[in-house]
Design a protein around this ligand. Structure first.
Ligand SMILES: O=P(O)(O)OC[C@H]1O[C@](O)(CO)[C@@H](O)[C@@H]1O
Length: 532
């Protein structure tokens, strides 16, 4: 990495290369990335093609060729840019409907079956249908939420039970929002069915407490319609799960919690305007993508370590993990040639990480670049508290900024690249801007390395394989039922089911059922029988 030893020269370099988006209060500082000054000019011709591809995408091209879909998340915050009037109308109508619905819930026009008002919000979804709402719920929570958010984002029965038990006496005043673009994701379906059972166990009708966000006509949509749920909001095939926060997927939970969704959309729209700038030096998303490209050699050679110095942003790295890794982790170029692409993302929060993995970042493997996310204003309303001084003239917040600066310097001194994203303050507008910045940087980077950022074929492979395993379980249990108390060895069972190649899976299935005292017991080593 190209270092600038002289502090005054480094300061001049930093000032020269700062990129500010004033309307959203976000500044990108790439001065510690160790790049040559010629990079912007060298990459400008390549970036022209990248900008053209983005223009085409925003204009409604089939930018996701494998799924033959348009890619329209930028229209969600600028509906007038959608390529068809019907799409603009649908976006505007949905946003208005979501806000009106949340107002009706807050104003007690929509009330639960057996309680005076809704006070809790149970969001059921996974991946792109959970990570954004989880991030915003934590980052933008007010002193008092209009509805308090809770999440079911897995098919772990213990995790689900824990959340539902936590809600127990409040379930009657809990509004469940089930979110699934496809409407067929098993984890979400399972969470919904377990939640439904909990409502019913308390004599409550789930439908009178439930809202669906899903594709029109999906399995979930049919269930919601058939059972007469409170509301259904649409999700469109031209919005990817990992970029769906600004569709009904994110707007419904955010609006119900009491977050100003219009401000979030405004921040994203402002960032979109700034990142459409064709001059690389003035375009923060282009700079970000180029920094990733420079740092990783365009081959993912370094990992992206996210270090937000803000507790409220602790979920940012999880959110970006999906956005970046599901988008960029690809095996084929756009032409179908073999490649191995991706950038590994991890992180937690500063300065907490100082006491965990920063030791390795400073002294160990040189295989990453750090991204510090720093929020200048400590509280939403500065100057309104009498601050505790932890040392004469020094507060906890001073320490937080001090640790950021200290860690940045320590990394630089050991030749480790880092960049900083500085937020003037954290609110719906700046968070909308920050997420829009990453969305576009991911899009630009994908074009730089010539891949489709908008599909996820690898995930589908795992889902199919899980389906095969569950089918094997059903057949195994059925067969053991006909065998009697003496049971069968796993080898004999595999033979009988014509599944000798799946004997490892079969063993794990039987062990899992026996461990949970469900349907199967182990009678001897490697021998199982059906539970009577
Ligand atoms: O919203 P859905 O269709 O339930 O999908 C949830 C998530 O599953 C994925 O397809 C990956 O399994 C993500 O891309 C998506 O965000």
């Amino acid at each position: 990495m190209q270092m600038i030893e002289d502090k005054a020269a480094l300061y001049r370099f930093q000032k020269k290369h700062l990129c500010k988006v004033r309307g959203v209060g976000i500044t990108l500082d790439v001065s510690r990335m160790g790049f040559p000054e010629s990079l912007w000019t060298d990459m400008s011709p390549v970036m022209r093609g990248v900008f053209e591809a983005m223009d085409a995408l925003e204009g409604g091209a089939i930018a996701n060729p494998d799924e033959e879909r348009m890619v329209g998340h930028y229209w969600l915050r600028a509906p007038h840019l959608a390529p068809e009037q019907s799409l603009s109308d649908a976006i505007q109508q949905t946003t208005n409907d979501v806000i009106a619905m949340a107002d009706a819930v807050h104003g007690k026009e929509v009330v639960p079956e057996k309680a005076a008002r809704f006070t809790e919000l149970l969001v059921i979804g996974i991946g792109g249908s959970a990570l954004g709402p989880q991030l915003t719920a934590d980052a933008l929570a007010g002193k008092r939420n209009k509805l308090n958010p809770h999440f079911l984002d897995n098919t772990d029965p213990d995790g689900i039970e824990r959340t539902l038990l936590g809600l127990k006496s409040k379930l009657k005043s809990t509004l469940a929002v089930v979110i699934s673009k496809s409407g067929g994701t098993p984890e979400t379906r399972n969470g919904m069915l377990l939640a439904k059972a909990a409502y019913e166990a308390q004599g409550l009708t789930f439908a009178k407490h439930a809202i669906a966000v899903t594709g029109v006509g999906s399995k979930l949509d049919q269930v919601a319609e058939g059972e007469g749920w409170l509301r259904r909001f649409p999700m469109w095939d031209w919005v990817g799960g990992r970029t769906s926060l600004m569709s009904a997927v994110g707007l419904v939970p955010m609006a119900l919690q009491g977050i100003n969704v219009r401000l979030l959309l405004e921040g994203a729209a402002l960032m979109d305007e700034a990142t459409r700038e064709p001059d690389v030096k003035k375009n923060p998303a282009a700079r970000l993508a180029l920094m990733w490209h420079f740092a990783t050699g365009g081959k993912g050679e370094r990992q992206m370590v996210m270090l937000p110095y803000k507790d409220r942003l602790v979920l940012l790295s999880k959110y970006l993990q999906q956005l970046v890794m599901e988008s960029l982790g690809k095996a084929q170029t756009l032409e179908g040639d073999s490649t191995k692409q991706g950038i590994t993302v991890f992180g937690n929060k500063g300065s907490t990480d100082q006491h965990a993995y920063v030791q390795q970042l400073r002294d160990g493997l040189d295989d990453f670049f750090a991204t510090f996310v720093v929020v200048m204003q400590e509280y939403a309303t500065p100057g309104k508290r009498s601050e505790v001084e932890v040392e004469p003239g020094i507060t906890a917040g001073d320490y937080l900024r001090g640790f950021y600066m200290g860690t940045r310097t320590a990394l630089y001194e050991s030749g480790r690249p880092s960049m900083t994203i500085l937020l003037d303050k954290l609110d719906a507008k700046s968070l909308g801007g920050l997420l829009a910045l990453y969305e576009r940087a991911v899009g630009y980077y994908a074009t730089l390395v010539n891949i489709n950022a908008y599909h996820q074929p690898g995930v589908e492979a795992g889902k199919k394989a899980a389906g095969v395993v569950l089918d094997l379980q059903k057949r195994a249990v059925e067969h053991l039922r006909g065998v009697g108390a003496e049971g069968m060895t796993v080898e004999a069972l595999a033979e009988a089911l014509g599944a000798t190649e799946q004997i490892e899976d079969l063993t794990f299935i039987l062990e899992g059922l026996a461990a949970n005292k469900r349907r199967v017991k182990r009678v001897r080593t490697s021998t199982y029988a059906a539970l009577s």
